[in-house]
Write a protein that binds this ligand. Structure first.
Ligand SMILES: [Zn+2]
Length: 313
């Protein structure tokens, strides 16, 4: 037995213990849905599976409060290993605040967590968060990361996988249109500039597939954790009738809301709490009539009904 397999089976039994009955390794708060998901795993193959994680805030310093910056390398390692354990995970995406700022050696910190994250055996994608710009300009941060299939990383982009159109948005712009750059911003002043809203409109208009959106700051309301022009962006998503779900980070407690038929799922932050039991990441299954979020550790499981995905002709 190789060292690697030994570590994985240890991880597997550890997770099974955490989940309690051993029916499934994920935590699911909806009655019957764990059983339903376990059955569906056997009976019908989901159309698509992908992994999602957010707010790792990886840094080489300790600070008070509930955030454990140095533990995110360990927590991300577990996330990548669990995703690799499932052979059919199409890709892994992180939803921003990948690192935390004010560290003595930020490029080194970014390289370390990027090394762990890109160790996933499949395509991997990034979403930009406010803390990604604590010590970096957009260009500097993007220069240190890779999004599979792209020559150079970008803040907003779209990519198709398994019959779904995935759109990544970047709200790390001030109200005056200036991009976030090395702490030149107030974190509550998050905006999607008009040029990007136009790009989104055009992208969704041309999309021939149902869409799933990824963004760091939240779109499903108003207040400090929300994008200032969230209502305008939601209108665009609603207008084309193609958006199934929006996955968000930033609000470390996690949340869920449904507006005009679109699900807004906010994943809990990886950085909060000490120890492997306080990790958070999820496996998302897109099925023809529902999207199932299988939350690992503290991440919340949820099933989100969708109108149905037409089979390609
Ligand atoms: Zn954030």
């Amino acid at each position: 037995m190789s060292k690697n397999i030994g570590r994985r089976s240890m991880l597997r039994s550890m997770l099974a213990t955490t989940a309690g009955l051993g029916v499934a390794r994920y935590v699911d708060y909806l009655p019957f849905s764990a059983l339903k998901a376990a059955q569906s795993e056997k009976l019908e193959k989901p159309k698509l599976r992908f992994g999602v994680v957010t707010d790792s805030h990886s840094a080489n310093y300790k600070r008070g409060g509930s955030r454990r910056y140095t533990e995110s390398l360990m927590k991300m390692t577990e996330c990548v290993e669990v995703m690799d354990d499932h052979e059919d995970v199409e890709f892994l995406i992180e939803l921003g605040d990948f690192i935390d700022g004010h560290s003595p050696t930020p490029p080194d910190c970014l390289e370390k967590i990027e090394d762990v994250f890109t160790g996933f055996n499949g395509p991997h994608y990034h979403v930009l968060g406010n803390h990604c710009h604590d010590d970096f300009s957009k260009e500097q941060f993007l220069g240190h990361i890779k999004n599979t299939g792209f020559d150079s990383a970008a803040g907003h982009y779209s990519v198709d996988h398994g019959g779904i159109h995935f759109v990544v948005l970047d709200a790390n712009y001030r109200g005056d249109g200036e991009p976030y750059d090395s702490g030149n911003f107030n974190w509550t002043d998050a905006n999607i500039p008009e040029a990007q809203v136009d790009w989104l409109r055009n992208d969704l208009n041309n999309a021939e597939l149902p869409a799933i959106i990824f963004i760091h700051q939240c779109l499903d309301g108003s207040g400090s954790h929300y994008v200032e022009n969230a209502a305008e962006v939601r209108k665009v998503l609603e207008e084309y009738g193609k958006t199934l779900t929006v996955f968000q980070g930033h609000n470390h407690s996690g949340a869920y809301r449904r507006i005009e038929g679109i699900h807004y799922y906010t994943l809990k932050a990886m950085v909060v709490g000490s120890g492997e039991e306080n990790n958070s990441y999820a496996l998302v299954e897109v099925n023809p009539e529902y999207i199932a979020v299988k939350g690992y550790r503290r991440a919340v499981g949820r099933e989100m009904e969708i109108k149905g995905i037409p089979e390609p002709v």
